[in-house]
Design a protein around this ligand. Structure first.
Ligand code: NAD
Length: 256
């Protein structure tokens, strides 16, 4: 798929990795619908991207009815829908057994709900509309890109909920790709290492410096633009399907 023809729903699209993707698509002639729950950042994002090519849809990705309604509204604004990029996510950090006792189940549940169930919810709602697209080259009708994390593979202490949610995203990638193959819809997942976004902005300098030193090469945090590069490459390469790609400078997270 040419990026210029991307008509994309981008969840978490007003901040960090999602915003970098939205910007890349718009800069290259695509149009984006930003699904998020942060109204202030939503307004700022649309101002930066221009309201002809970007619109903010207040959407909690865990809400089935709202996602279905907003995916339909997004398709009307975009003049079609052929890309879904799932970037909405939360950290949900906390120990299974902390000083205050065991983790409240609600914390675990919410993390899995936003990161995993939310990604599924948006993917299935978008696929439902994409299946009716006119087929492009190779019979392609759409592309879904999910965001996992390297914590899906080597989660740190305090990441049981986050790792479980991201492991689920990795796990659903292949079966979803296999199932949607008959519609010409590809499904890919990116597992980022540590990227410089508002999610990690609060990190004290000394923590960031020691974290960077653990990254083999390049020894720095990832740039959101590098994440957007990979999304753009995935959109353009029709033979990529059903796989998770690590984007991490060879990072392997330590236990803590
Ligand atoms: P971010 O906090 O900048 O952006 C996440 C966005 O998701 C926010 O705008 C937030 O409002 C939105 N969001 C949260 N809950 C939502 C909900 N229920 N419905 C709709 N939107 C919701 O974070 P980021 O760093 O850009 O992260 C993007 C994705 O990348 C996340 O899934 C995150 O887990 C993943 N990731 C990030 C890193 C990193 O180092 N930054 C590393 C690995 C994976």
């Amino acid at each position: 798929m040419q990026i210029s023809s991307a008509r994309a729903v981008v969840t978490g699209g007003v901040s960090g990795l999602g915003f970098a993707v939205a910007k890349r698509l718009v800069e290259n002639g695509g149009k984006v619908a930003l699904f998020d729950v942060n109204d202030d950042k939503g307004a700022a994002a649309v101002t930066e991207l221009g309201d002809a090519n970007a619109r903010y849809f207040k959407t909690d990705v865990t809400d089935e009815a709202s996602v279905a309604a907003n995916v339909a509204a997004a398709k009307a604004f975009l003049g079609g829908l052929n890309v879904a990029v799932n970037c909405a996510g939360i950290l949900g950090a906390g120990r299974v057994l902390g000083r205050e006792g065991a983790m409240p189940l609600a914390q675990f549940r919410t993390t899995v709900l936003v990161n995993l169930v939310g990604s599924f919810n948006v993917a299935k709602a978008c696929a439902e509309l994409m299946q009716h697209n006119e087929a492009g080259d190779d019979g392609e009708r759409g592309v879904i890109v999910n965001t996992a994390s390297v914590a899906a593979y080597e989660g740190q202490i305090g990441q049981a909920a986050y790792s479980a949610s991201k492991g689920g995203v990795v796990g659903m990638t292949l079966p979803m790709a296999r199932e949607l193959a008959r519609f010409g819809i590809r499904v890919m997942t990116i597992a980022p290492g540590v990227f410089w976004t508002p999610m990690v902005d609060g990190m004290p300098d000394n923590v960031r410096t020691s974290l960077e030193a653990t990254i083999p090469y390049p020894a720095r945090l990832g740039k959101p633009a590098e994440f957007a590069d990979l999304v753009a490459y995935i959109l353009g390469n029709t033979y990529l399907n059903g796989e998770t790609i690590r984007l991490d400078g060879a990072t392997r997270l330590a236990p803590k």
